[in-house]
Design a protein around this ligand. Sequence first.
Ligand code: FAD
Length: 405
Amino acid sequence: MEIQQVSRPVVHKVAVIGGGLGGLATAIALRKQGIDAHVYERAKEFRPVGAGLALFANGLNSLDAISPGIVEELKRASSQLNQSFFKKHTGETITQNTATHQEKYGQPTLLFWWWRLQQVLASALPPEAIHLDYRCIGFEQDENGVTAHFDGGKSVRADLLIGADGFNSAVRQTLIGDEEPRYLGSMSWRAVIEYNHELLNPNELILMKGEQKVLFLFDVGGGYRCWTLRALMPKCPVPESAAEIKSSILEKFSNWWEPARGIIEATDPKQILFFPLCDRLPLKSWSQGRVTLLGDAAHPMSPYAGQGANSTFEDAYELAQCLSHSSSIEEALTTYENRRIPRTQAIQARSALGEQRFYGTNIGTEDPEKAARERVAFEEFQSWAYGYDPNSESRLKPWMEISAT
Ligand SMILES: Cc1cc2nc3c(=O)[nH]c(=O)nc-3n(C[C@H](O)[C@H](O)[C@H](O)COP(=O)(O)OP(=O)(O)OC[C@H]3O[C@@H](n4cnc5c(N)ncnc54)[C@H](O)[C@@H]3O)c2cc1C
């Protein structure tokens, strides 16, 4: 699987579609290799959007390999997890854990407001490499290059096109044209707000479980807190207005711990993001000719294992390495797929399974042996996922191989 070391990248100009986390990280990685990478993003501006997300050792190690030193900057833009609590919906603590990732995996867990992470990545690129208000509507390729087409009749020619345009990727649609996303039977509502409460401490995460729903509350730094509610809903509900969404969430929380209810009450309904949890079945290939996929466009997954962004940063690192150490585009993209598809396939499958089991039992009603077995299995999976080290060959070992040893 190792590729031959050659001195010059096989591409000069690359068009990266999507200025989300994956597209920006990929453009940084490619430019570090001397490739003229440009990001084309449909948004007219980068705005304070998104909710909270966690970066773990595998994502941070990938970003550090892409841009050495960036992790220190990321620490300043986030909150570093040091305590996590598992509570009943009434607030009673079941377990409390001190964070051990720094000792175990060499990196802390960083909790971000999505927008702040996007800002750090965008600021690592020269402004002329980011093109806003470019909504890709398709592409065509020939043996000399690929042309991306955008709304308004704009087009761009490049040696390679990377579809980093997220869950509902237009590039994937043109390349693969596969089926609609698969609804996993649960919904998510989330928001980030500036909020203080004596029981919600900096650098902490609280997971609460109630009747077929879970709530995460965590600090994302700078006085901001994120709440994320996930609830089992076998049928995907019809969209409601922002105010209706907020009042139906509060109804679900009428008997919950006061700080949990309080943060939702304090949220402007327009800030609540609401979406069905979906994925797509893994693909056998992500590339054709001069076009490939990355991140959610390639391997959309449920958020259960928190690997959406983390695995995307691994993609960005590997793709840049393949393009700068191969003798042809074909070889680079084949190696990229060989390195990434087995790993992301395992993460997609584990994430979907976790999502389905998440709401299965309520506190106090679990079979303790079954719960312990599932916890051990998930911990093994986590150490394989977090243990990804860009400087070690062992990162290419697939999950089944590791779990069999
Ligand atoms: C606004 C936003 C907020 C998010 N908030 C969270 C969060 O709070 N927590 C969390 O865990 N995950 C969040 N995610 C998802 C998370 O970023 C991804 O799961 C993960 O990081 C993979 O990144 P990605 O770059 O593949 O996709 P994304 O981060 O989704 O980025 C895709 C980018 O492509 C752009 N795009 C889409 N279609 C086109 C097109 N046709 N032409 C040009 N550009 C296009 C989108 O505007 C977006 O900027 C968010 C994504 C977005 C876009």
